[in-house]
Design a protein. Structure first.
Length: 294
C-alpha cells in the first residue's frame, strides 16, 4: 500500500511535541555541559513549540534534567517579561503602575506581579480614605505616610523599584512623583509630571508645584517655560535607564543584557551595536590590544 505524505512525516508525541523538540529536550540530562547548553540555546528559539513539555521535565526524577529545565524556564520567563515591557512602552495608553511593576521586576526578577499589585492596592486603598483633590491634600497624605524622597542616583537601584519603595517608604523623587500623580488621577485630580532645575515635581492647572524632594513642599511656579514635561513613557524609560546604569557600574552582565533589550525592544539575544566589547564582539585586534595594555 503506498504511503501518504502524512505517513512519511515524523510523528509528534502525544503531548504535541515535535521529534526535533523531543530530541533537544532529551539532551538536557547530558553530562557534557557544552551539549546541554547548545540544546538549551536551540530550545530558546523554539519556546512557542515547547507546550507543557518543559513543565513536565521540571518534575523529572533526574536532578540534572530538573535543574536545566528550571534554568530554561527562567530564561524564557525573563524573555517574555522583557517583551511585555517593550510592548507596554509602545501601547497607545501606558499604564503607569503596571509599568513601574515591570521596571521593579527587571531588577528583582523573583518578585511576583500579584504580590506587587497587592502592595500598590493597599497603598491606593489607604489614599482613598483621604480627599486627594488638591496638591495640598496629596502633600499631607504623602508626608503622613512617611514617603521620603531620595536624590536621583544610579547607586541605589532599589529606589526605582516600586515594591521596595512602598515597603521602605523611601525612593527616588521621580518614582514618588509618578506614584502621587497616579493617586491624584484616581481621585479625579489631573496633574502634570515635570522636572524643573533637576528636580521632579507635580504641577496642577493653577501653576502650583508639589516637590517630593523638598518634603512635599508646595510652591508656585513663575512660568511653565522652565518646566520640562514628562510623559509616562519617559518616566518608565528613565527608571529603567537608572537600573541599567547601575548594572554597568557594577559590571552585572546579565542585567545589562536584559534591561538593554527591554528598553530597546531588540530581538532576544541582541544588544545595540554601539555597545563596546565584551557586550559586542571585539573588533579585529581590539581584544589583543586590551590584553597587551594590561
Amino acid at each position: 500500500m503506498p504511503f501518504s505524505p502524512d505517513d512519511r512525516e515524523p510523528r509528534r508525541r502525544a503531548d504535541g511535541v515535535s521529534p526535533k523538540i523531543a530530541a533537544l529536550l532529551s539532551l538536557l540530562d547530558d553530562e557534557n555541559e557544552d551539549v546541554a547548553v547548545n540544546a538549551m540555546a536551540e530550545l530558546l528559539f523554539c519556546e512557542e513549540e515547547l507546550g507543557e513539555a518543559l513543565a513536565g521535565l521540571q518534575e523529572s526524577p533526574d536532578a540534572l534534567t530538573r535543574k536545566r529545565a528550571h534554568q530554561l524556564q527562567a530564561a524564557i520567563t525573563l524573555r517574555r517579561r522583557r517583551r511585555h515591557f517593550s510592548e507596554l512602552l509602545k501601547a497607545p495608553k501606558v499604564d503607569m503602575i503596571e509599568g513601574l511593576i515591570e521596571v521593579h521586576r527587571q531588577w528583582f526578577d523573583n518578585d511576583s506581579r500579584p504580590g506587587l499589585q497587592a502592595l500598590w492596592r493597599d497603598f491606593a486603598d489607604e489614599a482613598a480614605r483621604y480627599q486627594l483633590n488638591s496638591l495640598r491634600q496629596l502633600s499631607y497624605f504623602m508626608r503622613k505616610q512617611g514617603m521620603a524622597a531620595a536624590a536621583e542616583t544610579t547607586m541605589q537601584p532599589e529606589n526605582y523599584c516600586i515594591g521596595t519603595v512602598l515597603e521602605n517608604h523611601y525612593g527616588s523623587a521621580a518614582l514618588l512623583a509618578a506614584m502621587g500623580q497616579q493617586l491624584a488621577a484616581t481621585a479625579g485630580l489631573e496633574l502634570r509630571l515635570v522636572r524643573m532645575l533637576g528636580e521632579f515635581a507635580l504641577l496642577d492647572g493653577d501653576g502650583n508645584l508639589l516637590i517630593p524632594g523638598r518634603d512635599w513642599k508646595l510652591e508656585t511656579v513663575k512660568g511653565v517655560a522652565d518646566c520640562d514635561f514628562w510623559d509616562r513613557r519617559s518616566l518608565l524609560r528613565f527608571a529603567s535607564a537608572m537600573l541599567f546604569s547601575n548594572a554597568v557600574n557594577s559590571d552585572s552582565f546579565r542585567y545589562i543584557q536584559t534591561i538593554a533589550q527591554a528598553l530597546t525592544g531588540l530581538p532576544d539575544g541582541e544588544l545595540p551595536e554601539t555597545f563596546p566589547y565584551p557586550y559586542q564582539p571585539a573588533e579585529d585586534g581590539a581584544e589583543e590590544d586590551d590584553s597587551e595594555r594590561n
